[in-house]
Design a protein around this ligand. Structure first.
Ligand code: DNO
Length: 353
């Protein structure tokens, strides 16, 4: 596995590339062009500049997280083909620059959802948390106001103000989109991308819905093993693959993550490895990566990735805020650096066995 770190770019991130470079075993960066909007065709010079910046810091640009998918594509509106063509052109440019991994999600309106961004833990660290009971009693606009006011002045990916300003309109767009239609729209989108992915050997890696059930009544389809395998079968090209996010999958404790990993042999192109601690059904917080701090069997997860021969990029995911660091919630340097060392420790030990 290739250890990597998500980075939000010079102007959006509190963490610097030189700091990431000093984390032992860190070889790659996962980033995106943060000033593009979903649906835009990316600019080749901007892609080259982004790659050069990462390479100049002694790191490889291992993948894009995310090339966001326009809502017209997700909702399947008549103008979707225009946005799909832009996406095809973006993949072509990324592929021509040797960037072979694209992470994306197919969640309507919202990306990941949390009800608290700075829950204080007994050790004084803070972390992001989710409580379904709070979601049930709040409207989405209020949810956005809370996220916005708790985000330390950073813009959280998926919660951009321009997007949230259109929240009512977006809900309207999905009013008649069933889960079956959302799934069919995803298949339509992937079928249109596969030729360019084949040509440039670019892997599409869909991110698990987080949490992996419907929120605010919106359809969600990337939730469990059955749905993942259904998607793999619907578009049986190996370039149609998965971002195996353990934290997102773990939102539903029914998801047997090591078993899901084993069932996706050859189709996992990217792994987000993190731990969560569950206190009641639908109530969890993001613990340290260390297994005993949360509810996940981190050894079994890394072992399953090794057993299926996964060699792609892996990254630590949402970290706690520790040692006084102020960063984008979930994306500070310290706790994710610790997480990467724990994952590498498990990996090394498993490989030697
Ligand atoms: C959360 C991330 C997600 C992820 C997107 C992929 O921190 O894991 O925002 O990047 O869902 O498109």
């Amino acid at each position: 596995m290739k250890m990597s770190f998500r980075w939000f770019g010079e102007t959006h991130d509190s963490v610097k590339l030189w700091q990431i470079r000093q984390i032992p075993g860190m070889v790659g960066i996962i980033t995106t062009l943060y000033d593009t909007a979903p649906g835009d065709e990316w600019d080749l010079d901007a892609i080259r500049a982004m790659k050069k910046q990462v390479n100049d810091a002694g790191l490889d640009l291992l993948g894009i997280e995310s090339v966001n998918v326009h809502d017209a594509i997700k909702a399947g509106t008549p103008d979707r083909d225009r946005y799909i063509q832009n996406y095809v052109q973006t993949i072509r440019k990324l592929g021509s620059e040797g960037i072979r991994l694209v992470c994306y999600n197919f969640m309507p309106v919202f990306d990941w959802t949390r009800t608290e961004l700075a829950k204080v833990r007994p050790d004084g660290s803070t972390t992001m948390a989710y409580d379904q009971r709070k979601i049930d009693g709040i409207d989405p606009a209020e949810m956005f106001r809370q996220v916005d006011s708790d985000s330390n002045g950073f813009v959280l990916p998926g919660w951009e103000p321009e997007r949230m300003a259109r929240v009512k309109e977006l809900f309207e767009l999905y009013r008649h989109v069933s889960e079956q239609q959302l799934f069919d729209n995803l298949v339509y989108f992937l079928n249109a991308l596969m030729p360019v992915c084949d040509e440039y050997d670019v892997n599409m890696a869909i991110h698990i819905d987080d949490p992996c059930w419907s929120v605010f009544g919106l359809p969600r389809v990337i939730t469990c093993r059955e749905q993942l395998l259904r998607l793999m079968d619907a578009v049986p090209n190996p370039h149609n693959g998965v971002t195996l996010c353990t934290g997102s999958l773990s939102s539903n404790p029914q998801n047997d993550i090591p078993a899901i990993i084993r069932s996706l042999k050859g189709r996992i192109h990217f792994a987000h490895v993190r731990n969560t601690k569950h206190t009641a059904p639908g109530v969890f917080e993001e613990s340290a990566h260390y297994a005993a701090d949360g509810s996940l069997d981190m050894y079994a997860i890394v072992k399953a990735l090794v057993d299926i021969g996964f060699e792609g990029p892996v990254r630590p995911d949402h970290g706690r805020a520790i040692w006084g660091e102020v960063s984008m919630p979930g994306y500070g340097l310290y706790d994710r650096a610790l997480g990467s060392q724990y994952i590498l420790g498990l990996y090394d030990a498993i490989k030697r066995q």
